[in-house]
Design a protein around this ligand. Structure first.
Ligand code: ADP
Ligand code: MG
Length: 653
């Protein structure tokens, strides 16, 4: 079109066919039509002649199969989906026979809908919606929901909605079809008023009397225009401009307002979730259980790991343990380690606190008439230093005691308590396999070993005393080496290995490093934690599938709502955003509640005595997973919603 002022609407050779399986049904069969701005056109024709199909094309809800539609001189075939949405939003106002209001939503919010997508600020939007409702005589019905309104009132709400963004072109598809004659007359009057104010009106009706009120009547039959005539109706000129002036609003500028968009989508999401509260709660429950179990499981798994590591480190992570026997040898202790090996290590290896020999055996102690069986450990004076295990009462034996084969003993807490109860054992004598030993000290309590044995059920004697007087054996069961600087534990390990290899000629000993023992235990425990964690993660996944399920149901159920939103100018992006935000809102809320429940459960488990360990990463991980779950599982349904065909969506019930 190159004329200086193009027609508002110009159609040329428009056809529209529907593919129905093998059959192609041609509904519009080549329509040429021009409508000037400000015209009031009535479109009549028998049912099924293609009127609604034509109107959907005019309103950019649908696209022609062939032919071209120029709107204000712009070929609409050149417009993309967003540009067509913009036209629906800014130029057209739809009025349907069945009103198509959002169910459960107050009238005023229904009226506001197109302005949300036009980016009008909330206060302005609300004020304008109220003003429109007031002008249409519905001031006292603004907060009523559609099911609380009569048909005529609902239709007036939908007219207010059509005018919300200006509604330069009003497309009314049998707006009076479902109304009683009185309400029908009122609606017709409103349309005439709007026409008088300069709105362009296309009114579909099959009532010739109503059509007679228009300036021009177009008749369709079987997909073709068969009549197009001016009525010469006097109505137009005599119309009282009694309806107040609803300004043909200059389009509100639409600055980029992503936050406002998001906020609106968030509010719509909350409303939708609230409407199906029970369903929302059940979906929420899935996510809550998933997140809570991930957090609780990881806290318990980590708790178990740290406890084992703590117990091992309590023994001293700076220790090297040397045992007799080749690395893969099993069975009784071979007699390969001797006290001279310990002396050599103490003399030749640097960076040591001490190397101490240990030779132990279970024996029965007698004090007075009491017997007690305990572990007797023959070791050196450096034991408390090397094992970082101080004496609580009295003293440990000295190197002199060792040299003199002194008959002295130091008791572990359990032995002291069992044999002496509240009395001080210091200075008392114990009989041990025919040898009398004098108690010179009591060790501080040590608790259970990593394997769960009572480390305090022990008595210590000088190595020489034990080996010569008690056991009659000088081969060692164990040498403990305490390294001064844990950084050097590897070098010391290597140096001792070389020294012993040189002394023995063969590798008939094993050296174990506590640090590496901790590493391997940690690894085992990590596997355990991972196992717990993955079981929990699966439940989170199941929760995610629940979200997807519910969103798919929701999309199917709310197809008509999506159609209404699209018809009032929502872009695919808005619909995508809204459904995605619904999924995210469920997941995030479920995540938060799940975090609280998970921490609560872990706390309770800890309170009941099982070790738990709280740390931030599992919480972040679980919440992050819940959020990602919402995003991933919400995306497909949201995309499905966003790509619905507006006409079909509107047609669903
Ligand atoms: P009117 O509004 O004049 O009563 P419509 O435009 O709604 O008629 O429909 C005209 C014809 O097109 C009808 O026969 C209808 O069955 C058919 N039709 C409309 N929409 C579709 C569709 N989406 N798929 C298949 N056929 C359709
Ligand atoms: Mg129809």
């Amino acid at each position: 079109m190159s004329s200086p002022s193009p027609a508002l609407i110009h159609l040329q050779g428009i056809t529209r066919s529907f593919q129905n399986g093998e059959h192609t049904l041609q509904v519009l069969k080549g329509i040429d039509l021009t409508i000037q701005a400000g015209e009031f056109v009535a479109l009549i024709g028998s049912s099924g002649s293609g009127k609604s199909t034509l109107m959907n094309l005019l309103g950019c809800l649908d696209r022609p199969t062939e032919g071209e539609y120029w709107f204000r001189g712009q070929a609409t075939s050149q417009l993309d989906a967003d540009a067509r949405a913009a036209l629906r939003r800014e130029a057209f106002g739809f009025i349907f026979q069945s009103y198509h209001l959002l169910p459960g939503t107050p009238a005023v919010n229904n009226v506001e809908l197109p302005a949300i997508y036009a980016g009008l600020r909330p206060q302005e939007r609300h004020a304008r919606a109220l003003a429109l409702l007031t002008q249409l005589g519905l001031a006292d019905r603004a907060d009523h929901r559609p099911n609380q309104l009569s048909g005529g009132q609902q239709q007036r709400v939908s007219i207010a909605r059509a005018l919300m963004n200006g509604g330069q072109v009003i497309l009314a598809d049998e707006p009076t079809g479902a109304l009683d004659s009185q309400s029908g007359r009122e609606v017709l009057q409103l349309l005439q008023d709007l026409s008088a104010q300069g709105h362009t009106i296309l009114l579909i009706t099959h009532d010739p009397q109503i059509a007679a009120h228009a300036d021009r009547i177009i008749e369709m039959r079987d997909g073709l225009l068969i009549r197009d005539q001016a009525t010469g109706s006097p109505q137009r000129s005599t119309t009282q401009k009694k309806a107040a002036n609803i300004p043909l609003a200059a389009q509100p500028p639409r600055p980029a307002q992503p936050w406002l968009d998001l906020w609106e989508a968030f509010k719509a999401a909350l409303t939708a979730l609230h409407r199906h509260l029970f369903r929302t709660l059940l979906t929420l429950l899935g996510i809550v259980i998933g997140v809570a179990s991930v957090i609780a499981m990881l806290a318990i798994g980590d708790g178990a790991r740290y406890e084992v590591v703590d117990r091992i480190s309590a023994m001293g992570s700076n220790l090297l343990l040397i045992r007799p026997g080749a690395p893969n040898q099993r069975g009784r202790w071979p007699a390969t380690l001797v006290p001279e090996d310990v002396e050599a290590i103490n003399a030749q290896i640097p960076h040591l606190i001490a190397a101490i020999p240990e030779l132990s055996r279970s024996m029965t102690l007698r004090y007075g008439n009491q017997d007690h069986t305990s572990e007797v450990n023959a070791t050196s004076a450096a034991f408390p230093l090397a094992r970082q295990w101080p004496v609580a009462q009295g003293t440990f034996f000295s190197q002199e005691d060792e040299a003199q084969l002194a008959t002295v003993a130091v008791l572990g807490q359990t032995v002291a308590e069992t044999l002496f109860a509240d009395r001080s054992p210091l200075g008392e004598y114990l009989l041990l396999d025919g040898t009398l030993l004098q108690v010179i000290g009591v060790m501080s309590p040590r608790g259970a070993s990593p394997m769960g044995q009572d480390q305090d059920d022990v008595i210590f004697v000088p190595f020489s005393t034990g080996s010569v007087r008690l056991f009659g054996q000088r081969h060692l069961r164990n040498v403990t080496v305490a390294v001064a600087d844990i950084e050097q534990i590897e070098q010391v390990h290597q140096a001792i290995f070389e020294l012993l290899l040189a002394r023995h000629g063969v590798e008939d000993f094993q050296i174990r490093n506590m640090a590496s023992l901790i590493d391997s235990v940690t690894e085992t425990q990590n596997t355990f934690t991972l196992l717990l964690g993955s079981v929990a993660a699966i439940s989170l996944l199941v929760g995610g599938v629940g979200v997807m399920n519910i969103m798919l149901v929701s999309v199917t159920e709310r197809t008509r709502e999506i159609g209404i939103r699209l018809a009032t100018g929502a872009r695919a992006k808005h619909i995508l955003q809204q459904f995605l935000i619904e999924a995210l809102a469920i997941s995030a809320l479920g995540g938060l509640i799940g975090v609280a429940c998970g921490l609560g459960t872990a706390w309770l488990v800890g309170y009941l005595g099982t070790p738990v360990y709280f740390s931030t990463p599992p919480v972040m991980l679980a919440f992050g997973c819940a959020f990602a779950t919402g995003l991933i599982f919400g995306y497909l349904p949201a995309r499905k919603a966003a790509h619905l065909d507006p006409v079909r969506a509107l047609a669903t019930e």
